[in-house]
Ligand binder design. Structure first.
Ligand SMILES: [Zn+2]
Ligand SMILES: [Zn+2]
Length: 152
């Protein structure tokens, strides 16, 4: 008997060509204020909700992928351009979808803010949510030290 997975959360791009499913409740929902996320989303921060890689699937269409650095990939719809996902190239790292592309963004309230060193001064937003500067813990610092940005 094969196990049929039931999506817990779903989403997709603006034109509907690409759809995805999370098979767990969204984990570690956060915003990232870093310059890479600002540029990648065209927004003033990225809002992302995660799932273990095995608990995520593209269910319709195939997104285009930009390797924003040697450590990470960002998927987007090649037809309408909606930024859809962010993931580090490590099997154990979570796969993140953009909260704005989810069908029910209310289901992914953010619990932390990353990249606050690049937070735009006039962004007054979820001020009560804890925040972290990129690469402050030693393990993260070691990881980010290897990063080669492909941002233009
Ligand atoms: Zn699209
Ligand atoms: Zn970021």
């Amino acid at each position: 008997m094969s196990e049929v997975k039931t999506p817990v959360a779903t989403g997709g791009c603006q034109c509907g060509a690409v759809r995805y499913a999370l098979y767990v409740a969204p984990e570690n929902s956060h915003v990232c204020h870093c310059r890479m996320c600002q540029r990648a989303t065209g927004g003033v921060f990225a809002a992302l909700a995660g799932a273990p890689k095995a608990a995520f699937a593209w269910t319709k269409g195939e997104p285009a992928v930009f390797e924003s650095s040697n450590l990470a990939r960002r998927a987007y719809c090649r037809d309408c351009g909606t930024p859809l996902s962010f993931s580090y190239n490590m099997p154990e790292a979570r796969f993140y979808v953009t909260i704005g592309s989810m069908d029910e963004p209310e289901a992914a309230p953010i619990i932390i803010q990353y990249g606050v060193e690049s937070k735009i001064g006039w962004v007054k937003f979820c001020e009560d949510v804890p925040s972290e500067t990129t690469g402050t813990d030693p393990k993260a610092a070691e990881f980010f030290a290897k990063m080669q940005s492909r941002q233009g």
